[in-house]
Structure formats: C-alpha cells, structure tokens
Design a protein around this ligand. Structure first.
Ligand SMILES: Cc1ncc(COP(=O)(O)O)c(C=O)c1O
Length: 381
C-alpha cells in the first residue's frame, strides 16, 4: 500500500481522550467532560428554524464558491458592529469550518517547503495541516511571562514565510492586545511574510474585547468560524477575510477544493448571526464557568495558570506534579471521572508538564467536575 510521507501526521490526542472517556461511559461510569473544545449548547433556535424553512422551500444545492452573498454581507457587517472596521463583503470567503479555511489559506499563500511560524503552545492541527501540505511549521516557544503569546523577540532570528497567531488562543485563552498584534503584523510585513490571525474565539471574551487583525492591517488573512461563539461546531461553516488583491486566488482554489461550504449550514449561520440574546446568554454562562474554574482549580491545587481572557479553556502548569501529562490525564479520568486534555497536544516539548481544562460544559457539570478534581487531589496528597 502506498502512503504519502505528508500524510504521516500525529493523532489529535484530545480525540484519544474523548475515546477513553466514551469507553468509560459505555462501561457505566459517569464522566465529566473537561476535555472537549466545543459548546454544549445547540445552534441558536433562529438558525434551526431558518434551516427548517429552507429545507421545505428549495433544493439546497451548491452555492457560489465564496458563499451566499447575503451571508458574506452579514459577516462584513459584524466587523463594523464588533470592531468599528469597514470590510468589503467581497473580501469574505465562507469556508467548510475554519479547518477548511486553513487548508484554503495555506494553499493560497504558500508553496511547498515554505515555513510558517507559530507560537507553542498552540492549536495542534495548525502544524499537522501545514505538514500535510508539505509546509514547515516553525514552532516558537512562548513564555509564561508573556501569557504564552509570541512576541517579536521570540521570533527574531527565525526565518519564515508566514506568521500565524491566535487570540484568544487555544489552549490558554490568552489574547494579544492592539499593540501586540500590531507589532507582530508589522514584523511579518517587514519580512515579506503573510500574517494570519485565527479569531475563532472572538465573541467569547470576558474583561476586554478581542482585537481583530483588521484593526491593525488590511493585509492579514483572518480566520474565523461559526463553531464557537455561534455554537455550531458540527455544521462545518466558517469564514476568511482576505486581502483584496488575493480574492481571486482564494476563489479559484475554493471552487476546485470544496465547491462551496455546506449550503444548509450557510443558511443556518446567517440566521445565527442575529441570535444575539441567545448567544450572549451562552457567553454569560461561560463567564460564570470561568470564575468557577479559576477558584475551583486553585482550590484543588492547580494554581499555576495564566488567567484566560477568552475562549473556554484554562491551561495549567502541572510540571511540579508530573512530566507525563498523558499518564496524569489518564489517572484523572480513571480515579476522578473527569476527562482533561494532556498538554502534549499543544506543545510537544513542554506539554508533558501541562494540562488543558475546558469549561465549555454546563454550569452544573463544571461544579461537579471541580469538586471531583479537588477530592482527587486531596487523596493524591
Ligand atoms: C484555535 C482553533 N482554531 C480552529 C479550530 C477549528 O475549528 P472549526 O474547524 O470547527 O472551525 C479550533 C477547534 O477547536 C480551534 O481551537
């Protein structure tokens, strides 16, 4: 059997944790899910209603490659509403999730063998998708003192053709402010590198609003999704905002790679964008869970954390307890009945000493999970 070398990417460890949790549940155990990176809430009611109507009314065939024009216009308006930035709807590309957006963007921007810099820890699929496209991920270690976000100093001395940042980030939930984002975008521009900004957790922020790269430059490729704030993970719909000069390059690739994002999901996504009250209620529940987590994790003894500005994760340094986060996560699942994600997914070098806790689950589950973690840590001594 032939296999490509490009295809030999690492597994997504969190998926293995989910499988272990599922097996435990099948064996009759009750598991609290702090491993999953997805909202427990469904797509907004208005989205489901709009889709039901559309299913009766038409065939939901292919859409044009860049997405339904009304959805592209509505996404452009979001930039005005949230950030006060004017975006031409022509620059919006609707994609099959942000995951499809990464494939499209990496293919549009880079040639085989080129290098894309990323901060570590970071979302694991960045490096795996890059590798699968014969691109070279350059993982730059970030400092706890910088809340695990990359700085121009971290990147100095490295050669790269692209720079990808995420704010709020997965696994830490920390954000880059206007100045920090601007400095990184300027560094990329000065080197002739593409600047990509993963903004998938925008909308899920707490004390201050997340800054979009479009507030600091028109040359960025912004990646976003309906998966998180809009609570539509399985619908597989996201979007890019691309520089004006590159629209046609993205369009040609989108036509050939995907034809279009799922039509049904585009209809639902359009309606979801006007479900403000429901989405804000979800956000408020995350905010309460975040406060519970910061107290509860500390009380359990997980006190080396960078308080998250957004998203629904807490990344904890547990290196005083273990250098094998995979075994530690397995022990927590086994003894406490709480599924958590080993840091190795996010940082192959230092992740043996870290864990990611997600608080996207219900408020009752988070209470219960924290209680179990506290009791587990007490018995561990
Ligand atoms: C930082 C980040 N980017 C992108 C994705 C991919 O999301 P999707 O393909 O559902 O839009 C995820 C999923 O968890 C993520 O955490």
């Amino acid at each position: 059997m032939r296999n490509s070398r490009r295809g030999a990417v690492d597994p997504f460890i969190v998926m293995d944790v989910m499988e272990a949790a599922r097996a435990a549940e099948e064996a009759g155990r009750h598991i609290i899910h702090m491993e999953v990176g997805q909202p427990g809430t469904p797509a907004p009611a208005a989205a489901r209603k709009a889709l039901a109507k559309a299913m009766e009314a038409g065939s939901l065939g292919y859409t044009v490659a860049l997405g339904i024009p009304e959805l592209r216009r509505r996404i452009a308006r979001l930039y005005k509403d949230w950030y006060g930035v004017e975006v031409d709807p022509a620059r919006v590309v609707v994609t099959p999730g942000s995951s499809g957006g990464f494939i499209l963007a990496f293919t549009a921007l880079f040639d085989a063998g080129q290098t894309v810099a990323l901060g570590a820890p970071g979302y694991p699929s960045y490096r795996q998708i890059l590798r699968a496209l014969d691109l070279v991920p350059l993982e730059v270690s970030t400092a706890a003192a910088n809340r695990y976000q990359p700085t121009p100093e971290d990147l100095a001395g490295h050669a790269f053709d692209g720079l990808l940042v995420a704010s709020p980030a997965n696994p830490t939930g920390t954000m880059l402010d206007h100045g920090e984002l601007g400095a990184l975008a300027a560094m990329a521009r000065d080197r002739g590198a593409a600047f990509l900004s993963d903004e998938i957790y925008h909308g899920i922020d707490y004390d201050r609003r997340a800054v979009t790269a479009l507030e600091v430059t028109d040359e960025a490729v912004v990646i976003n999704s309906f998966s998180k704030y809009f609570s539509m993970t399985g619908w597989r719909v996201g979007w890019l905002v691309v520089p004006e000069a590159q629209i046609r390059q993205f369009e040609r690739l989108a036509q050939n790679m995907f034809i279009c994002a799922p039509h049904a999901s585009q209809v639902a996504a359009l309606a979801a964008m006007d479900a403000g009250d429901e989405l804000e209620a979800n956000r408020a529940a995350y905010a309460r869970n975040r406060a519970r987590m910061l107290d509860g994790l500390r009380a359990a003894g997980f006190d080396r954390i960078a308080p998250p500005d957004g998203a629904f994760y807490v990344y904890a340094d547990v290196s005083e307890l273990t250098q094998d986060s995979r075994a530690f996560a397995a022990e927590i699942l086994d003894k406490a009945g709480v599924a958590v994600t080993p840091g190795l997914d996010f940082d192959p070098e230092r992740g043996g000493g870290t864990l990611r806790f997600s608080y996207a689950a219900s408020e009752a589950d988070i209470e219960e999970g924290l209680d179990r973690l506290r009791r587990f840590m007490e018995t561990r001594g």
